[in-house]
Design a protein around this ligand. Sequence first.
Ligand SMILES: Cc1cc2nc3c(=O)[nH]c(=O)nc-3n(C[C@H](O)[C@H](O)[C@H](O)COP(=O)(O)OP(=O)(O)OC[C@H]3O[C@@H](n4cnc5c(N)ncnc54)[C@H](O)[C@@H]3O)c2cc1C
Length: 300
Amino acid sequence: MEHYDIAIIGGSSAGLAAAQTSGRSVRRTIVFDTQEPRNKPAAHAHNFFTRDGMPPAELLAIAREEIKTYPSVAISYDKVINASKQKDHFLLETASGTQVTARGIILATGVKDILPPIEGAKELWGSRIVHCPYCHGWEIKDTPVALIASGEAAYEMAILIYHLNKDLTILTNGGEALLADINSKGITIIDTPIEKIAAAGEGIVITFTNGTAISKTAAYMKVESLAFNSALAVQLGCELTEAGSVKVDEYYQTTIPGVWAAGDLSHPGLHQISIAAAGGHLAAVMCSKQLNREDFERSE
Ligand SMILES: Cc1cc2nc3c(=O)[nH]c(=O)nc-3n(C[C@H](O)[C@H](O)[C@H](O)COP(=O)(O)OP(=O)(O)OC[C@H]3O[C@@H](n4cnc5c(N)ncnc54)[C@H](O)[C@@H]3O)c2cc1C
């Protein structure tokens, strides 16, 4: 069985940032990754300083390449399925049957978007159906767009999108009505449930259950829910927030000593590449700092 100082579970923005910091701290580190980053369906990643517009896979490939500078870091494309606290270390078990131990754990397993069950939504998610004006709004600004959301969420998202797109149609998909009156802004609201969304030319066609259809360049869509990949955190005894994210302090320490969580997993809704990378970096600083203290105080 291999023994590591730090095991990082999840090798995307948060996990690879943590790995770089662990490597630079000369800590024996293993990163486990199943290569399913949340933004995989998007062609370009935006709002990441110096890398604006880069394909998400390329961004992570650069990170993995940089990490090769640090020989104490290894990456394994294996899924961690079990995590437990032993007497003075953690024990991890992977889907392929490998077992490793580590003195500190950084969880960076992200979240999964649960999409509304609309035909075509999954296929167009990340390309012509987007989730966030900060990530993908610039590319479709000043064009006719739809917003698929209802109730309070629709109102809050409309405020963000309207600044970029005055030609905005809100589709509540048969869901909760908007409480606030926004018709005076020229925003159209359609309550009829959506039957399907399909690509058409450079844009999309949204067909409703009553047979009518509208054409737009793209749609923003509120996800049905976020599924936090928190199974390992729960196994380790970490407390979760009401939203389901892993509860952390300002240094990304979970409620279990020796376990940190970073990236989307560690916050109910602040989900951006730069925030995930910053969290991974800080978690690795705090984890390596703790190991340095233990080693320093143990030695003569
Ligand atoms: C369609 C879309 C587009 C986006 N575009 C942008 C953008 O342009 N700019 C921006 O700033 N943000 C964007 N985001 C948000 C961004 O994707 C996330 O904030 C970011 O990916 C979070 O990084 P993370 O490392 O926390 O998690 P993730 O990137 O989701 O990575 C988690 C990793 O952990 C792995 N993993 C999970 N469980 C295990 C396990 N048990 N064992 C081993 N590995 C495991 C997964 O395979 C994955 O590789 C977008 C989101 C979506 C949905």
